[in-house]
Design a protein around this ligand. Structure first.
Ligand code: UDX
Length: 443
């Protein structure tokens, strides 16, 4: 089938590359000409770090199944199914900013010349597909044509760092449709998956839209819940790792998303939780659990900061601290809503000197702090161990493998004082204490 991805961000590029991989012909469109140029180069430039993505793009470009353009007209005219993959950032009040989605809808209405299926892939509030439908219809009416089209909701459930695998081997595919024809085409599109025994759930459009928010909000709540249990473990003397195991082995609970830490970050959970709280508020419904999920999430990083400052008796002036892990989670260079940023800002405010390291997100953090008044007090270490000399404590924010496998003796010998604040519980507390570390962890 011939497909168009409008918006070559994370979702658009992964979705486009994966559909091409299964034999569909995909054109990806973005207004950012620099990005498109990079993707068209011989030595392809992938705008994001995602394991496996570059290989998929290269392979499918070479096979002639994947191409890139800045021309929306071209993308729409040569495709049967058009995926809207543009961003839906949070506004101040928590609502999702749908301006880019609506812009694409209008443009499709202005350019389409035959029946099209328009798919909302971006995460959008319930009712957005209906609005997209209205906008397209309005443009068609303005042109005086009576072309038909369908709007479908097909939310993505991709995790950064394992997006390719999540797309190719999904737990489920959710499709919200309004007509038998749209259902037939979506079934055909996902045939390579359903043939492979992956399940496709067809439902009403609003249900598909809600499923995405419900799933992300539930997972975020699971994280906030385990963080609160971890905090209680610290107060009661219970061992969070044992509790996690004991709880997670109940099939109804499951072992996933029960890892305490500094709270969730990234581009999805914070934004989607806020958006669902906002949606509820506009309907005069008070979504108490979800409001608490967000409050707990913010509190978690501040609790960690408090633990650090308390240890130094609120005196961080001129103290050198090493920080490992800047990305919001491993296997990504994404620092959106990363706990590390809040931690860095607070420590700088208190006068600390920071030496930071991340395997992928250094450039992003450098850019983020480029105008910060205290940016000169951050040094960027090219290796994890290079951050350690003279450090009075090591703070771990992201559970990258390289930190998990670090030589503990080396850490100890390089630091001024062997003090570790582990925000991701990557080491064994008993071993750390045995080795002479002062070791703080979550729980
Ligand atoms: C998430 C959803 O998983 C995905 O389905 C959706 O499409 C987009 O949002 P992503 O943001 O890439 O994906 O990351 P994910 O692996 O889900 O982790 C989200 C955050 O939760 C990270 O900050 C992570 O550190 C945190 N987390 C996750 C925990 O603190 N504990 C856990 O047990 C799991």
């Amino acid at each position: 089938m011939k497909l168009a991805m409008i918006g070559v961000g994370y979702v658009g590029l992964v979705t486009g590359a994966c559909f091409a991989q299964t034999g569909h012909e995909v054109i990806c469109m973005d207004i950012d000409s620099k990005k498109i140029e990079g993707l068209r180069k011989n030595e392809i430039e992938i705008p994001i770090y995602e394991p496996g993505l570059k290989d998929y793009v290269k392979l499918n470009v070479a096979a002639g199944r994947l191409s890139f353009t800045t021309d929306l007209n071209q993308a729409v005219s040569q495709s049967q199914v058009i995926f809207i993959c543009v961003g839906t950032p949070s506004r101040e009040d928590g609502s999702a900013d749908l301006r880019y989605v609506y812009e694409v809808a209008r443009s499709v209405g202005q350019t389409m010349q035959e029946y099209k299926i328009v798919v909302d892939k971006s995460t959008v509030p319930v009712g957005t597909a209906a609005r997209v439908r209205q906008l397209i219809a309005k443009e068609l009416a303005r042109r005086g044509t009576n072309l038909t089209f369908d709007v479908v909701s097909n939310p993505e459930f991709l995790r950064e760092g394992s997006a390719i695998d999540d797309f190719m081997r999904p737990d489920r595919i959710v499709v919200g449709v309004e007509s038998p024809e749209a259902e037939r085409i979506m079934q055909e599109l996902y045939k390579p998956w359903t043939d492979g025994k992956f399940e496709l759930f067809v439902m009403e459009v609003p249900s598909a839209e809600m499923t995405k928010y419900a799933a992300n909000s539930f997972l975020a709540t699971k994280i906030s819940f385990i963080n609160e249990i971890a905090n209680l473990c610290a107060l009661t003397g219970a061992n969070i790792k044992s509790v996690q195991k004991g709880m997670g082995s109940d099939k109804r609970i499951g072992p996933h998303f029960l890892y305490p830490g500094l709270g969730y970050g990234g581009s999805c959970f914070p934004k989607d939780v806020k958006a669902l709280v906002y949606i509820a508020q506009t309907l005069a419904y008070n979504f108490k659990i979800l409001e608490a999920t967000e409050i707990v999430n913010q509190a978690q990083r501040h609790r960690f900061i408090l633990e650090i400052t308390r240890y130094f008796q609120n005196n961080l002036e001129g103290k050198k601290l090493a920080l490992w892990g800047l990305a919001f989670k491993p296997e990504t260079d994404d620092i959106r809503e990363a706990p590390s940023l809040t931690i860095i800002e607070r420590l700088l405010e208190m006068g600390a000197e920071l030496s930071v390291h991340d395997p992928e997100a250094m450039k992003e953090v450098q850019f983020y702090f480029r105008k910060h008044a205290n940016r000169d007090r951050i040094t960027y270490a090219d290796l994890p161990e290079a951050a350690l000399p003279k450090a009075e404590a090591l703070i771990i924010n992201t559970e990258w493998e390289v930190y998990k496998n670090a030589e503990l003796n080396l850490i100890k010998s390089r630091m001024k004082n062997p003090v570790v604040f582990d925000g991701r519980n990557i080491y064994d507390p008993a071993k750390m204490r045995e080795m002479g570390f002062t070791y703080f962890f979550v729980g």
